[in-house]
Design a protein around this ligand. Sequence first.
Ligand SMILES: Cc1cc2nc3c(=O)[nH]c(=O)nc-3n(C[C@H](O)[C@H](O)[C@H](O)COP(=O)(O)O)c2cc1C
Length: 190
Amino acid sequence: MNQLHIVGIGGSTRRGSSTEVVTRGILAKTAELGCTTEMFAGPELALPPYEPGAEHSPSSARLVDAFRKADAVVIGSPGYHGSVSGLVKNALDYTEELREDDRTYFDGLPVGCIATAFGWQGAVSTLSTLRQITHALRGWPTPLGIALNTSDRSLFEAGEVADPAVLNSMMSMAEQLVFFARSREVQQTC
Ligand SMILES: Cc1cc2nc3c(=O)[nH]c(=O)nc-3n(C[C@H](O)[C@H](O)[C@H](O)COP(=O)(O)O)c2cc1C
């Protein structure tokens, strides 16, 4: 079996943002399960506004290349005014470059979705939007999505997730990503 490659995007331009921490944490758990990982966060998400047909910047070329190589994707977004942040949405718009690939967009890929917001309403609506975007990109949202209300200050400690229930959810999401990606691999060889 090939080693799976998991690509994460998430957070704001602020290094160490809560969505970045959770997204990175899930990638770390997939690495524990034997996968290679690649993360786009903070300044790496400050990409030019997506424009169809425009020449790529080095950073957007790297992102598109990573999307092409991904066996699974993890997307983390803060809830901005009830939805996905513009920064994360712009990064996802670059999947348009995969529209005419043999594997269109995220066709058949498992996608873990994480949303954080300063209240439940924004966290849940943002998670729901991420799952809808995943469907639009022909991906398969993992059964478990993660919505976090960051007004609860006990979730993080020293820049890491500290809440045991959230850590459990992160592990479950990592396992679901790997399980699905492996099942897809087996199906392709049948
Ligand atoms: C522009 C902006 C809009 C926001 N809108 C909402 C919102 O509609 N609902 C909410 O609960 N929190 C909202 N927040 C708070 C963030 O979603 C919350 O602090 C989130 O956890 C930040 O994630 P980060 O640490 O990854 O940047 C907003 C924050 C910003 C900066």
